[in-house]
Ligand binder design. Structure first.
Ligand code: FES
Ligand SMILES: [Fe+2]
Length: 431
């Protein structure tokens, strides 16, 4: 597929349906986007002790991330250096070594080769090679417990990639009484018959909730029943009559950035529920002092950070990590780990988990609606006409933000998707 053909698929206000349905485009995305930029791999609280590991696929390649005895985090390909077997099948665990099931080669948890059975039959020259361990992933980036990998030795530096969205990570950590986040509240995991972009776009889509999630969020519906009518309101109590014709979610902001990144703010600050729990508030005031605590409260305005291409960080209320794993052009997996704040009151951590259960689990009120729509989109996009998907809401009405290349938009505008496709085009047109 030539560069001009790929470039023709993305316009300012539209993208071609083939971006979601063409298997050749999907293969190119794996090579030119997922293998060249940064992908979220894991949170360090998932591997706190020496020998702890997690496995995953990134750009469909098998990866292990493990804690070495030195305390360092190691990321390597989950592929035996002998004849290619997957070395570790577990999703997570603790092991001093990885032993290949085929001929028993053994690797240390930092990937180094530890032993080869019946070694006499190998020449001294062969055994003297230094590259017989598990191959390390070319680049590893860590920021305050968040581990990212790049499958390419070259490309955008980690610091530049992360810069626009550090604000979300920093704010979460400021709200942790003991300065750490912990992802030990289990995992919600599911697959859908649709392209990976449906989920990553959904992380900043505030146009859809009143329709896709009507049975959940409208006043008096499921969320109100789950939390009590005082606990949840769809509409902002301060909404004015001139808001007719705008969505409640237009009170939120979308911020679009370079590298396909974006974040979404809360539509109604009175709904930033965590900071209202009195015992938790007290802990944070003790940690920060009154003045800094007031600033932290002011800085608590982000709902979701979308780290393109594979990671959504939920920063408010039901805080969680959400990773999308592309499997095929029309099949994707979503993995969600609820988070908790280290040192927060237990009932608050339980509340976060309960919220995740009703929002992000397969049996939830909310994510199930989204999965249904992702599958309908995939099916609909196979129609031969019309050719285009419109991403025109709020186009050219955005204001510049503080960060280079940042655009600030109303909550329902498709500014985040346009940021994603600008980077998509940039990456996909580099041979
Ligand atoms: S393939 Fe792993 S030891 Fe032979
Ligand atoms: Fe949704």
């Amino acid at each position: 597929m030539d560069i001009a053909e790929i470039a023709s698929l993305v316009g300012d206000d539209r993208v071609h349906a083939r971006c979601y349905t063409d298997p050749a485009i999907f293969e190119l995305e794996m090579e030119r986007i997922f293998r060249r930029t940064w992908n979220f791999a894991c949170h360090e609280s998932q591997i706190p002790k020496s020998g702890d590991f997690v496995t995953m696929t990134i750009a469909r390649q098998p990866i292990i991330v493990a804690r070495a005895p030195s305390g360092e985090v190691a990321a390597m390909f989950n592929r035996c250096s002998h004849r290619g077997s997957i070395v570790c099948r577990e999703e997570s665990g603790n092991a001093p070594n990885f032993t290949c099931p085929f001929h028993g080669w053994v690797f240390r948890c930092n990937g180094e080769l530890a032993g080869i059975p019946y070694r006499e039959s190998y020449s001294p020259e062969f055994l003297a090679q230094t590259n017989l361990g598990l191959a390390p992933v070319p680049r590893l980036g860590r920021y305050r417990g968040f581990v990212f990998v790049s499958l390419s030795a070259e490309g955008v530096p980690f610091e530049s990639y992360l810069a626009p969205l550090k604000v979300g990570i920093d704010n979460l950590l400021d709200r942790a009484p003991e300065g750490e986040l912990i992802a030990d509240n289990g995992l919600h995991r599911y697959a859908y018959k649709g392209n990976w972009k449906h989920q990553i776009e959904n992380g900043i889509d505030e146009y859809h909730p009143p329709f896709s999630h009507a049975s959940t969020i409208k006043d008096g519906k499921q969320m109100a029943r789950a939390y009590g009518s005082e606990g949840f309101h769809y509409t902002n109590k301060n909404e004015k009559s001139e808001d007719v014709g705008r969505s409640h979610f237009d009170h939120a902001e979308i911020h679009g950035f370079p590298y396909g990144h974006s974040y979404l703010t809360v539509a109604d600050r009175s709904r930033v529920a965590d900071l209202k729990v009195p015992s938790y508030r007290e802990l944070l005031i003790k940690k920060h002092g009154e003045k800094r605590f007031a600033e932290v409260e002011e800085e608590t305005f982000i709902t979701n950070c979308v780290f393109y291409p594979n990671f959504i960080l939920r920063v408010n209320n039901n805080i969680h990590l959400r990773v999308v794993r592309p499997i095929a052009v029309d099949r994707s997996e979503v993995w969600v780990w609820p988070l908790r704040f280290k040192g927060a009151p237990d009932d608050m951590s339980e509340g976060i988990m309960r919220y995740a259960n009703v929002h992000t689990s397969v049996a939830s009120f909310v994510q199930t609606d989204d999965l249904e729509v992702f599958e309908r989109c995939q099916e609909g996009l196979n129609a031969q006409a019309p050719e285009w998907v419109w991403l025109a809401r709020g186009l050219k009405q955005e204001k510049p933000g503080k960060h280079p290349g940042e655009l600030v938009a109303q909550g329902t505008w498709e500014t985040g998707m346009r940021a994603q496709f600008r980077y998509w085009k940039e990456m996909m047109t580099q041979a």
